[in-house]
Design a protein around this ligand. Structure first.
Ligand SMILES: Cc1ncc(C[n+]2csc(CCOP(=O)(O)OP(=O)(O)O)c2C)c(N)n1
Length: 574
């Protein structure tokens, strides 16, 4: 068996042995040994292989599968710019803390840096965005080489999973293949390391709640006027721990959409709308704030964070410490245990008036949002409200950055058993979202066969990754509904300073970027069942239709200016 075939077999076999369930591959020549081994592994039922033409979409597809399955997922590509196309997903994986394993095929050392075709300097291309970047090199006749490749590959996979580290992260394994790239005719294939992935239990990094001492904060006891703010969290366990703490202490619990923490008795929905009220905000500045995960979607909520006397942040994974205003006194590695019965923490005295104030004001804010939607035109808010109302507890919502996630934040009503919400919150990109949602749907369908995935995207986000729709014909079509809130451009910019009348002359050209495209035609060109809706009722009907594959609903909303005045009215309290 030639050396490149042996190398590829080692790499694929170690993926299997370490519990990697899915690999996404984009076709190429230098990656041939890997592609052939992966195809063989898929044929034997040892791995699920997904193939995409565009490497950027391929990497986001892998990211989406990793996000929902919480398992290490690999993306394999050829040399050259193919590798560079993986960068956006690698960056998102770094900041969100996801185990994305990049396997980039390369030429052997003697063909690097000498102008060989399709060859770039690609080892370490991802810089500080990956935890580990390793070059696996062909070694001539060294009989010990396969054992070394095995060890190195294991280490790279373990670094992705986070063994010996604090949580998962992306990694790069670069493999320098020397020709021949195909096995010798008649040489046969060595048997796969394992043929049944269901036998493997991949190592997981557990995050049990922890005890902490209030003395760490310079406090004698935890104040009664506390708030819990939950940003992006990777698992229901963490959201549950945070809600339990808020409930036990009687602290209002504010949750960003992917905080998934509006199921408790102290949930504060529509918090951004409520906190736009400056009078309430300043008179209800918390003495104690616990934040969980990366947060920072809404300006009014950030203003509240700035007012907190004592801030304790919990880091649930990802590259940065989640403390964007540099206000946290301490960063904890896990959610603190509720104080009840724990002498280390001390009991938090309850202030029922404090909680009542928050609950009352939050319910008023919710009513204002509800009335604005019921009496108003078909806007992005109506889109997220309709999706939220139409989904069950075994469903998954993928929410795009920009207006969508803020609209969802305002329209998520508390439910005991809500659908689970995710988004690419690591870096809030509007890239790769169709593919991430597709990957999320693949994994979700496996975990919850009766559930579905609904992705809500703005039109620019949809267009940015419409390549993600172009899956080769034999590829799996998961149960995924993509709802595009089409306001013909970037709506979020109207809510920012550049949306002021001072900049009106340049606004549409350099921020709004209307495209005037018929998104239905674009979706149909990709061969996907598509409908357009123009009001909330039609959207509810379209969402309610049975679908077991990918479908798209174009929600033609009011224009961006009208959406902005609806939002401005809500924030002004009208
Ligand atoms: C990759 C990337 N490029 C640019 C941006 C900056 N950006 C943030 S929101 C936005 C506009 C998004 O428009 P759309 O998806 O239509 O959503 P809307 O604001 O209308 O809800 C842009 C370009 C980004 N976040 N990510």
């Amino acid at each position: 068996m030639n050396e490149s075939t042996v190398m590829a077999n080692v790499v694929v076999d170690r993926l299997l042995a370490n519990g990697v369930t899915d690999v996404v591959l984009a076709p190429g020549s230098r990656s041939t040994p890997l592609a052939l081994r992966l195809a063989a592994a898929e044929r034997e039922g040892a791995i699920r292989l997904h193939v995409r033409i565009d490497e950027r979409s391929a990497a986001f597809l892998a990211l989406g599968i990793a996000k929902v399955s919480r398992l290490p997922i690999a993306v394999v590509c050829t040399s050259g710019t193919a590798v560079a196309n993986l960068a956006p997903a690698v960056v998102e994986a770094a900041y969100a803390g996801l185990p994305l394993i990049v396997i980039s095929a390369d030429r052997p050392p003697e063909l690097r840096g000498v102008g060989a075709n399709q060859t770039i300097d690609q080892v370490g291309f991802f810089g500080q965005q990956v935890r580990t970047a390793v070059d696996l090199l062909a070694s001539g006749q060294d009989a010990q080489a396969p054992a070394t490749w095995r060890k190195v590959t294991d280490r790279v996979i373990h670094d992705a999973i986070g063994l010996g580290h604090r949580g998962p992260a992306p990694v790069q394994l670069n493999v320098g293949f020397r020709e021949p790239l195909v096995p010798e005719l008649g040489s046969g294939q060595s048997p796969l390391a394992t043929a049944d992935i269901s036998d493997l239990t991949p190592p997981k990094v557990m995050r049990e709640p922890i005890n902490f001492a209030v003395g760490d904060l310079g406090l004698a006891e935890i104040p009664a006027r506390g708030i819990v703010l939950i940003g992006d969290v990777p698992s229901p366990e963490i959201a549950g721990q945070a809600m339990e703490l808020a409930d036990e202490c009687g602290w209002p619990c504010i949750s960003e959409p992917s905080g998934n923490a509006l199921a408790g008795a102290t949930a504060i929905p529509a918090a951004a709308v409520l906190l736009a009220d400056e009078e309430f905000r300043t008179s209800h500045a918390p003495d104690f704030l616990l934040t969980v995960g990366r947060f920072g979607i809404s300006r009014p909520i950030m203003k509240l964070v700035a007012l907190a006397d004592h801030h304790l942040a919990v880091n649930v994974g990802g590259k940065d410490r989640p403390d964007p205003l540099r206000t946290a006194a301490t960063i904890l590695p896990a959610v603190p245990r509720p104080p009840d019965g724990d002498p280390v923490v001390g009991r938090a005295p309850r202030d029922d008036r404090w909680l009542r104030d928050w609950l009352t004001k939050s319910s008023e804010a919710q009513q204002r949002v509800g009335a604005a939607i019921a009496d108003g035109p078909f806007s992005g808010l109506a889109v997220t409200a309709t999706c939220w109302a139409g989904m069950d507890s075994d469903d998954l919502i993928f929410a795009a950055a920009s207006r969508t996630v803020r609209n969802l934040e305002a329209t998520m009503t508390p439910r005991h058993f809500p659908p689970w919400v995710i988004g690419n919150r690591g870096t809030s990109g509007i890239d790769g979202l169709v593919s991430t949602a597709w990957g999320a749907a693949v994994a979700h369908q496996r975990q919850s066969p009766d559930g579905r995935t609904v992705a809500i995207l703005g039109d620019l986000a949809f267009l940015h990754d419409h390549n993600g729709l172009l899956a080769p014909s034999v590829e799996q079509r998961p149960n995924l509904t993509i709802v595009v809130a089409d306001n013909n451009g970037g709506g979020i910019f109207s809510s920012l300073e550049q949306g002021d009348s001072d900049f009106v002359a340049d606004f549409e050209r350099v921020f709004g970027t209307p495209h005037d495209l018929d998104l239905e035609e674009i979706a149909r060109a990709a061969g996907i069942t598509t409908t357009s809706v123009t009001d909330a009722e039609q959207l509810a009907v379209a969402l309610g239709r049975d679908s077991d594959g990918v479908q798209i609903i174009i929600a033609r909303t009011i224009d961006r200016e009208a959406e902005q005045s609806q939002w401005a009215g809500l924030l002004r309290g009208r």
